[in-house]
Design a protein around this ligand. Structure first.
Ligand SMILES: Cc1ncc(COP(=O)(O)O)c(C=O)c1O
Length: 399
């Protein structure tokens, strides 16, 4: 119906990241995955072939954009395992932005916020500001070693539960997410899930969970830099949007306005101004690409295991992970994490050092020094892991 470059059915991802220099060893997928060529092409195609605004224009290019944006919303809902009858998709800048946007526009009835000790600052900080602003109680629960949140009904009464479904420190997953959603609902609360990592590595659990909102970032699932969230329509309808502007209203008089509330465009009150149309289209392509990469999980898990086993076997390496994960974090005896990351970078091995926006847990609760984080995705090869482990061993032997 409209121009559409097909997602290539590439053999084992070779064509997907063909632009990557042969000596580049990219191990920072928890921050941003590399983008497959077809995602880059899709975004490029928007700018060069139908560079129009969505949702407003009557000319042909705009119709193409509208159709593609609708398709993107459908793909996100399908990926999250939710129906358009019950849920809506809203586009934002990133996960952090989405969390702030939703949290501060929630109905007034929620009097408490429950979060956990291993949250990203993008959850931790908004939960603080929300509690302060509403004069509400804030509870920080300790996640168990298996990633579950041990919340009881006294915690959940009329509460907003805001937690990640997968940690960006050690990949721990929210194993009791489904039960948590049910318990929160039974107590008059809601479950907001920071699925920035979970959308990439644990989508099945999101699909089987009756969450109220799940937040994601396109850049962590092979898409462009863009955010989105999947929100229960009945919650969205009860929200009090005050962060408003173009596209959010159905009528405006000199001193009054009427919010746009429509069954066809439930997202409208939360999508302020023109959107990142090229990014939305690229994200849609990324989801289609993921669907077609049947070996995505297998490849990522193989590299994760190789990485975990290799790090565990190295003397003087203190690994935080208790089990293999696409995200492994460690510190070493003898060399500071930032220096280590710099030495690795000299060999074009790219990984992270620091506290990964989890200062409260890593620095203050655990009293740890800065750490190194290595994270893998579909573009990672067993050779990358071998190269990283070899380089690490060599650097450590020099100290
Ligand atoms: C678990 C988790 N939550 C939230 C975020 C914030 O995501 P963004 O920077 O896309 O807003 C990240 C980013 O690394 C993350 O890993």
């Amino acid at each position: 119906m409209f121009f559409h470059k097909k997602v290539p059915e590439a053999a084992a991802g070779v064509a997907d990241f063909g632009y990557l220099p042969s000596d580049a060893c990219y191990l920072d997928a928890a921050c941003q995955t590399l983008r497959p060529q077809c995602v880059i092409d899709a975004e490029h195609e928007y700018y060069t072939s139908f560079n129009a605004c969505g949702g407003r224009v009557k000319y042909r290019w705009g119709e193409i954009v509208d159709a593609k944006v609708l398709e993107a919303r459908k793909r996100i809902l399908a990926y999250a395992g939710k129906s358009a009858r019950e849920y809506a998709v809203v586009f934002t800048l990133n996960t952090s932005y989405g969390i702030n946007l939703v949290l501060h526009q929630l109905p007034e009835e929620y009097r408490r916020i429950v979060t956990s000790d291993i949250e990203h600052n993008s959850v931790f900080l908004p939960s603080m500001t929300w509690a302060k602003k509403r004069n509400a109680e804030r509870i920080v629960l300790k996640r168990t070693a298996d990633g579950s949140l041990p919340a009881v009904s006294a915690h959940l009464k009329n509460s907003v539960v805001l937690v990640n479904s997968m940690s960006n420190i050690d990949g721990r997953k929210l194993r009791n997410m489904r039960e948590l959603a049910d318990a929160a609902h039974n107590a008059g609360g809601i479950l907001l899930v920071d699925a920035a990592q979970g959308f990439a590595h644990d989508p099945e659990r999101l699909r089987e969970t009756d969450f109220d909102v799940a937040f994601g970032s396109g850049h962590k699932i092979y898409g462009p830099s863009i955010g989105f969230f999947v929100i229960r329509r009945s919650l969205l309808e009860r929200m009090n949007p005050f962060f408003i502007g173009g596209g959010t209203v159905s009528d405006v008089e000199e001193n009054e306005f009427t919010l746009l509330r429509s069954d066809d465009e439930p997202h409208a009150p939360l999508e302020v101004g023109l959107q990142n149309w090229g990014g939305i289209i690229g994200l849609s392509t990324a989801l289609e690409w993921m669907k077609q990469r049947h070996d995505l999980r297998e490849r990522t898990e193989a590299c994760s295991k190789q990485l975990f086993d290799g790090l565990r076997a190295l003397p003087r390496v203190h690994l935080l992970n208790e089990s293999p994960s696409s995200i492994c974090t460690f510190h070493t005896d003898g060399i500071d994490a930032h220096r280590l990351a710099l030495f690795l970078s000299q060999q074009n091995i790219m990984c992270r050092s620091g506290y990964f926006c989890c200062h409260s847990y890593l620095k203050h609760q655990r009293g740890l020094p800065p750490l190194v984080r290595v994270s893998v995705s579909y573009s990672t090869t067993p050779d990358d892991i071998t190269r990283f482990l070899g380089a690490l061993k060599k650097i450590l032997s020099a100290f």
